[in-house]
Write a protein that binds this ligand. Structure first.
Ligand code: NAG
Ligand code: NAG
Length: 253
């Protein structure tokens, strides 16, 4: 009886209500966040985080932003990992059956890919435009970390790594097309000497008035979530209930 109460508190999962998605979510490394710290659209700069990870942000009014930093090891040569940084943003749709569709702004997505042992030190910087469909998702309180957790399931049903709430309101770039002028030629290269730090792609500079208007909107109202639930009475209550459950399990086994 008591056990099932605890269970339902921890797995109080809501799917289908967009307001549950609102915020900036980050995978366990807690190093990758959407927003101006990952992608600078004015200088065309993707900024490499300290550790790999993924981050998604959602607004109440239907916008999303995505930042991923993935490194895949080369088992035969650990000094040759491939790395990819991806930025996308756009709008999302939440279907009645719980399916979540992310529709990126085509001209704004960017990917920086480096394969240091076969690209002669030249990372590839390209546009990136990939619609993403998540079959379903769940939001609830993580029983170990005591913070809000978002679980996204890919189209084939396989889960993404769990994401934890990092900022609410979310930390995001302006929710509008960032590169309205440039239509095609978005290819550039960068020396991989630069990839350990910030990768400056030395692209054409965007017009000054765009810069100014964007700068004004970098001022964000994002609020960092530090174990928000841990500090609340709710978590104390769940802990107390868990201790109770633990005792019950202990006594009956
Ligand atoms: C972006 O992706 C969408 C959906 O896959 C596709 O219809 C569109 O043509 C793509 N645009 C570009 C510029 O690649
Ligand atoms: C929800 O509906 C969409 C569109 O009809 C479909 O593609 C998707 O597979 C459905 N999702 C689930 C979980 O049934």
């Amino acid at each position: 009886m008591r056990r099932s109460l605890v269970y339902s508190l921890l797995v109080a999962v809501v799917a289908g209500d967009a307001s549950e998605l609102v915020g900036t979510w980050s995978s366990k490394s807690n190093q990758v966040f959407t927003g101006p710290g990952f992608y600078d659209p004015i200088d065309e700069l993707l900024i490499e985080p300290a550790l790999p990870g993924i981050s998604y942000s959602f607004t109440e009014d239907g916008w999303f932003e995505e930042a991923t930093y993935q490194v895949s090891g080369n088992p035969r040569d650990p000094t040759c990992p491939k790395a990819s940084l991806i930025f996308q943003h756009g709008t999302y749709e939440l279907l009645d059956n719980g399916t979540l569709i992310l529709n990126p702004i085509e001209v704004d997505g960017r990917q920086l890919f480096s394969d240091p042992c076969s690209d002669n030190g030249i990372s590839t910087y390209t546009r990136y435009n990939q619609t993403e469909t998540f079959k379903s998702w769940e939001m609830g309180v993580d029983p170990y970390h005591g913070i809000y957790r978002l679980q996204l399931y890919q189209f084939d049903g396989s889960p993404l790594p769990p994401l934890y709430l990092a900022y609410k309101p979310p930390m995001m770039l302006p929710t509008e097309t960032l590169n309205p002028t440039d239509s095609s030629n978005a290819k550039a290269t960068a020396s991989s000497d630069d990839t350990s730090k910030n990768v400056n792609l030395k692209k054409r500079s965007v017009r000054e008035h765009v810069r100014r208007s964007l700068e004004n909107r970098y001022k964000t109202n994002a609020v960092k979530q530090t174990n928000s639930v841990l500090n609340s009475n709710f978590f104390w209550y769940v802990s107390a209930a868990l201790v109770g459950t633990g005792s019950i399990i202990f006594l009956t086994t």
